[in-house]
Design a protein around this ligand. Structure first.
Ligand code: SAM
Length: 285
């Protein structure tokens, strides 16, 4: 079979089914040398439809709900927060949770695929109509008007920014959309441990879903390339910037947040070594 006849069958001589399958699920594009892809703008190409469809297997809403407990909800309630801007909505896990807890929530993402899935999930999990805004963090205030008590940027999302200029710009936009006494909650993977201890030790980083692995395939100080493998043997990649904990804390302070507290894996005290995630709580006042 030649390339041009691939996908054609006697029932579908024109290959329409194959073409529409390929069109519906465009592949991720990292070019000839994926390790050179270190650009902020690339994230929208990485969250292709096929990956977005699988994202919820990766994060498994029920297990994630159990493992997070009410950590974020408690933090927000303790600060009297009423309105929340979820800037990294993804497929909507936190937005749905926030709406269910009664927060006045607006859901932002720069990926149209992700937002569409979040909207669908809002309806599916409790019949909620999410208020979604398609916006890139770097120009957030152009598309989102109003002020919020809190901004949440969760699920290791900030890691998608590849230049310090973009990180500062995004944080400045988060800062600007907050009320004078607002709080930003931003989490990240523990890249210090990955960078310093390496990953050849077969340390596998699991999200919450069973049988789905997320592991670093390549890491240097400027790139963490993760591979996500699913039980149907499909695999996807994300190229991310490996944020060191103290660097993120410094940036948060430098854009103006007065107090930054960092938790490890939802705990107030943690051993420097091994939480999988850090959660920064940055207060404007
Ligand atoms: N918070 C969700 C979760 O925990 O499941 C999604 C996490 S996903 C790793 C990162 C999300 O951040 C993606 O939906 C992506 O589109 C979004 N994102 C990355 N860079 C962005 C940017 N510059 N502006 C807006 N959204 C961005």
């Amino acid at each position: 079979m030649t390339e041009s006849t691939a996908g054609r069958t006697h029932l579908d001589p024109a290959g329409t089914a194959e073409r529409s399958r390929v069109e519906a699920h465009p592949a991720q594009e990292f070019g000839a040398d994926p390790l050179t892809v270190r650009e902020t703008d690339h994230y929208t190409n990485e969250y292709v439809k096929g990956f977005v469809e699988k994202w919820d297997d990766l994060i498994d809403w029920r297990k994630r709900y159990e493992s997070e407990g009410s950590f974020f909800i408690d933090l927000l309630k303790a600060r009297g927060v009423k309105s929340v801007l979820d800037v990294a909505t993804g497929t909507g896990f936190h937005s749905v949770r926030l709406v269910e807890e009664g927060f006045d929530t607006v859901s932002v993402d720069g990926s149209a695929e992700m937002l569409a899935k979040a909207f669908e999930n809002g309806l599916e999990y409790g019949g909620h109509i999410l208020r979604v805004v398609h916006a890139d963090w770097r120009w957030l205030n152009r598309d989102v008007h109003g002020e919020f008590d809190a901004v949440v940027c969760l699920g290791n999302s900030f890691t998608h920014l590849f230049s310090e200029r973009d990180r500062r710009k995004a944080l400045a936009e988060f800062y600007a959309v907050l009320k004078h006494d607002g709080v930003l909650i931003l989490d990240q993977r523990n890249y210090d441990s990955i960078l310093d201890s390496g990953f050849s030790s077969k340390h596998t980083y699991y999200y919450c879903g069973d049988e789905v692995t997320a592991e670093p395939e390549y890491v240097d100080e400027g790139l963490a390339r993760f591979r996500y493998q699913f039980p149907d043997s499909s695999q996807y990649h994300l190229n991310m910037f490996p944020l060191r904990k103290d660097y993120t804390r410094r940036l948060l302070r430098e854009v103006g947040f007065q107090r930054v507290e960092t938790y490890g894996d939802f705990q107030e005290t943690f051993s420097a070594d091994d939480p999988d995630f850090f959660i920064h709580v940055a207060e404007k006042r």
